[in-house]
Design a protein around this ligand. Structure first.
Ligand code: SF4
Length: 293
């Protein structure tokens, strides 16, 4: 297992201050990883550790080898974490919120470094983040997780152009937007279920504005929406519209071609509102739930 951990797969944790050993020098911690995952020992391992610090952009790497983590800034500590992860020459690098503890300038530098390293070392990068800005900048392919389960997968461009799962759509709706300045921010009602909850149907059902009886009886299967985009939801290929209480952000709403003539601006989110819909369209497959008016 040790060959895989650190060797086949490297890991960068989100808070280097608590992940690095505070009583060992930076050099000792990198050399430990090198000795576990390569044949290098002694002076050769130390020389390689210096190279790794240089590779991740740490100035004066020879001197830094003998420093302790508390002597380094947050950005330098994160670079040391990356150097340790690279010591095993992993084929896959998992970066769990690698820039959360950093200010925006250092965040940009660390993201540039990761992007550069993955190309130079021909290494896959699995980036875990809550920051859609980081996702937009770094990802080729995106997986959205809810309550410990993947609920949507898509290429980056497709995901940002047209998120499909109700959870993804509501994440976008919750983003602050200049067009909605002065309005209330959209939220997702309810909260994430506790880890020990056993789910029978869809894990998002308690918070989903589109929920139907069948959502609660069995786990929704994967559905192919477009080539390369799939979603774990029983809605027939159409994302729900964005829930809004403030000004409409029509650029994020989904058009349903050939269905409702007003689908480009449709905000239907609730079956309970169907009875009050003033203009249900027979062409919209979901008109019984429509409240666009
Ligand atoms: S399966 Fe049902 S509850 Fe789950 S996201 Fe889709 S519509 Fe909502």
């Amino acid at each position: 297992m040790r060959d895989i951990r650190g060797g086949g797969i490297g890991m960068i944790f989100q808070e280097p201050a608590t992940s690095l050993n505070p009583v060992l020098t930076v050099g000792r911690q990198i050399v430990e990883a090198l000795e576990l995952h390569s044949a290098l020992r002694g002076a050769a391992a130390r020389e390689r550790a210096e190279e790794l610090l240089d590779q991740v952009g740490i100035p004066d790497p020879r001197r830094r080898l003998d420093e302790f983590p508390f002597q380094l800034s947050g950005g330098l500590r994160q670079r040391v974490m990356i150097a340790i992860a690279l010591a095993g020459s992993p084929r896959l690098l998992i970066a769990d919120e690698p820039t959360t503890a950093l200010d925006v300038t250092i965040q940009a530098q660390v993201l540039d470094l990761l992007d550069d390293l993955r190309h130079r070392q021909d290494m896959a990068l699995l980036l875990i983040t809550h920051d859609l800005g980081v996702v937009a900048r770094m990802a080729d392919r995106i997986g959205v997780m809810y309550a410990g389960q993947l609920v949507e997968e898509a290429p980056r461009e497709q995901f940002f152009a047209q998120p499909a799962h109700p959870y993804s759509v509501r994440l976008f709706a919750a983003l602050p937007d200049a067009e909605r300045r002065g309005g209330r921010l959209a939220t997702i009602p309810g909260s994430v279920p506790a880890a020990e909850v056993r789910h029978v149907g869809c894990r998002f059902a308690d918070r989903c504005g589109e929920v139907m009886a069948e959502c609660r009886t069995s786990p929704p299967p994967w559905r192919e929406i477009e080539s390369g985009q799939r979603v774990r939801c029983i809605l027939p290929g159409a994302a729900p519209a964005v829930p809004q209480k403030s000004a409409p952000a029509t650029r994020r709403l989904r058009t349903i071609p050939g269905r409702c003539s007003r689908s480009a601006t449709c905000r239907c989110i609730s079956r309970s509102a169907a009875a009050s819909c003033s203009a249900p369209s027979a062409r919209c497959a979901r008109w019984t739930a429509c409240r666009c008016n």
